[in-house]
Unconditional design. Structure first.
Length: 385
């Protein structure tokens, strides 16, 4: 392998990372540790010559490494419009390096060796992105909320990141696309594969207008463990994760867990208390592991620059009586609805002097809240609203 550099990283480093990505599973913490300590090229050469750097990685890998052709992998990928981005490249999303200090979950952890990317959106644009994840078996309510949040977040210029799965993922992507906003699919297989197959057109559209990303080389198939590794990548790429519907064993909660480990914002959308697809979200919120959000505005307040997306406190419409002084409200409450009453009766009910009550009634009549006739005072129609 040569030492020449291309776009920031050396050829030797890039080729070593290609080979290592084919050798091990994504998120294998042993690969991350040895690559960080030795450098990708030195770690590759140690394995190739059966020099065990520790952790038992060497076992039966030299033959497999010797048969690999990373140069050819890169050439074939380039023909398909796929690029391999590694640390040191200008496009490298440096936020994923935070995985170095996030520990392991189910023997998965550490930053990726490199990222295979397909699409015009650059990886380094994802620093301010937001993940929207949730159940594959989404309800109509969940899909609508995910699409609305995806649209609002993308319209504000924050890329929406998800996994292109059925349910909430699909809704989040389509919400962003509906407003021509940026959106990214992070896959547990090669970026040249359509998984699920029913989302081929969605993934092709993202590859043409947004971005499709994976740690796995082109041609790789999805497996359960690869989905677990993918979840940490979604959390690491983004500034915050929103969970919209997740059952108690949902993979979306794994993404939220990683986001918490990485000190990213963790948010959850509540559902009906009787809804099984929302039980995992409710538990997340009950334990204080996430912040309750109900709209894109809530999400933007959590992930945006301080003071840039402040949410106004919801308030009901202001009524005429809201502008009254406390004494005038006291008199108004004492005025009967249907049968008129004289001032002395109203003053006794209000607990105020007759003179004060009379002055208040005159003011209340001026603003249209009471009416008077020969029988006395009663509420006007306006006061009932």
């Amino acid at each position: 392998m040569t030492g020449r550099t291309t776009g920031g990283a050396s050829d030797a480093d890039r080729l070593a990372r290609v080979a290592l990505s084919r050798l091990g599973e994504p998120g294998d913490p042993r690969f991350a540790v040895h690559t960080a300590q030795m450098g990708a090229s030195a770690f590759h050469d140690a394995l190739l010559h059966e020099r065990d750097p520790g952790s038992g990685v060497v076992t039966d890998v030299a033959t497999r490494l010797a048969s690999m052709e990373p140069e050819r992998d890169l050439e074939l990928a380039a023909r398909m419009g796929i690029r391999f981005v590694v640390p040191g490249d200008p496009e490298w999303p440096r936020q994923v390096d935070d995985l170095s200090a996030a520990g392991e979950v189910q023997r998965r952890g550490g930053p990726p060796l490199g990222l295979w990317a397909r699409g015009p959106l650059r990886l380094d644009r994802l620093l301010g992105s937001v993940a929207v994840v949730g159940s594959r078996s989404a309800t109509t309510y969940g899909s609508d909320v995910a699409a609305t949040i995806g649209a609002g977040v993308a319209q504000a210029g924050f890329p929406v990141v998800s996994g292109a799965a059925f349910g909430i993922d699909q809704a989040a992507h389509r919400g962003a696309l509906a407003v021509d906003g940026p959106t990214v699919a992070v896959l547990a297989c090669g970026v040249d594969r359509a998984y699920p197959a029913a989302h081929r057109s969605l993934l092709e559209h993202l590859a043409g207008h947004g971005l499709v990303v994976s740690e796995l080389p082109p041609g790789s198939a999805p497996t359960r463990l690869r989905f677990l590794a993918r979840n940490r990548l979604i959390a690491a790429l983004t500034r915050g994760t929103v969970v919209v519907e997740a059952a108690v064993r949902s993979g979306a909660l794994s993404t939220a867990n990683w986001a918490g480990r990485l000190n990213r914002a963790v948010m959850g959308v509540p559902g009906p208390v009787t809804s099984a697809p929302s039980q995992g979200v409710h538990e997340l919120l009950r334990l204080g592991a996430g912040t309750l959000v109900t709209s894109a505005e809530d999400v933007l307040e959590m992930v945006g620059v301080s003071g840039a997306h402040l949410v106004e406190e919801p308030r009901g419409p202001e009524r005429q009586r809201d502008r009254l002084s406390l004494r005038h409200q006291q008199v108004l409450d004492a005025v009967p609805v249907a049968r008129a009453a004289h001032v002395d009766s109203i003053s006794r009910t209000a607990g105020l002097p007759i003179s004060d009550t009379g002055n208040a009634l005159i003011r209340l009549r001026e603003v249209g809240l009471v009416v008077a006739d020969r029988d006395g005072w009663r509420l006007a129609a306006l006061a009932h609203r």
